[in-house]
Design a protein around this ligand. Structure first.
Ligand code: 5RP
Length: 232
């Protein structure tokens, strides 16, 4: 798949997801290039069809884009339960377990995913895999980073501190933390690994999303439309 085909697939997925949002909904807004197509289409629906929604952004970048597209914003404080969330993913397996966090927004993305009654994951076909094997990002409290690094190594990872682009030194997340990208190779039991990482003090969240399959619908953008996948 070349870059133009991939962009078209992402647009198809994002636009279909935006069409599933109903008037009056409070919508979790994920981070990344695919979900931004959904935001673009939501903005058009607001401007032309009078769609009335409010969005909860998962990052500064999502908030900035939402404002550009004219999507009114709210917060999890105001709406601890969301009608729906739209987000991207880096990998999706057949049980609809995900690896997320390329954009370092995984902590807020998991909070929003957890708060949503229904989650639409928008991807291009390259994201669909039989076995999750991409590096798993772990958001780490800087105070505890050396200890978390050691514990992740004991779990079999090769952790790498994510470095900034146009910034020397580590990426600092929207929450003021570091990211360790942890290569576990093919992950035999993603749910168990997610629980093991969650048990490390100072590992604030990881990019494995293994417990939300029942409420996730995956929209895979393809050349001329979309394939919709759910466990139901
Ligand atoms: O998890 C994410 C950000 O933290 C993104 O949703 C994920 O990386 C997919 O991004 P894209 O749609 O640009 O491929």
């Amino acid at each position: 798949m070349n870059a133009a085909e991939q962009a078209a697939s992402k647009q198809n997925a994002g636009y279909l997801a935006a069409g599933m949002v109903e008037d009056g909904m409070v919508v979790g807004l994920g981070t990344g290039s695919t979900v931004f197509f959904a935001m673009e289409r939501l903005g058009e629906r607001i401007a032309t069809d009078g769609l009335s929604i409010a969005g909860v952004p998962t990052s500064y970048q999502a908030a900035i884009r939402a404002r550009q597209y004219g999507i009114p914003l709210t917060s999890l404080d105001e709406h601890p339960e969301l009608d729906i969330a739209i987000d991207g993913a880096d990998q999706v397996d057949p049980a609809l377990r995900l690896i997320k966090g390329r954009g370092a927004a995984l902590l807020r993305e998991k909070c929003v995913c957890d708060a949503a009654k229904k989650v639409l994951i928008v991807v291009d076909p390259t994201k669909m895999v039989d076995t999750l094997d991409a590096p798993v990002p772990v958001e780490v409290l800087p105070f505890a980073s050396a200890g978390v690094f050691r514990r992740l190594t004991l779990l079999g990872a090769v952790p790498v501190v994510r470095e900034g682009v146009k910034k020397d030194g580590p990426v600092v997340t929207d929450n003021g933390n570091f990211i360790l990208d942890c290569d576990f190779k093919a992950i035999a039991d993603p749910g168990r690994l997610e629980a093991e990482i969650a048990s490390i003090p100072g590992a604030l969240e990881c990019g494995l999303f293994c417990t939300y399959g029942e409420k996730i619908t995956v929209i895979v953008g393809e050349g001329k439309g979309c394939r919709v996948v759910s466990l139901q």
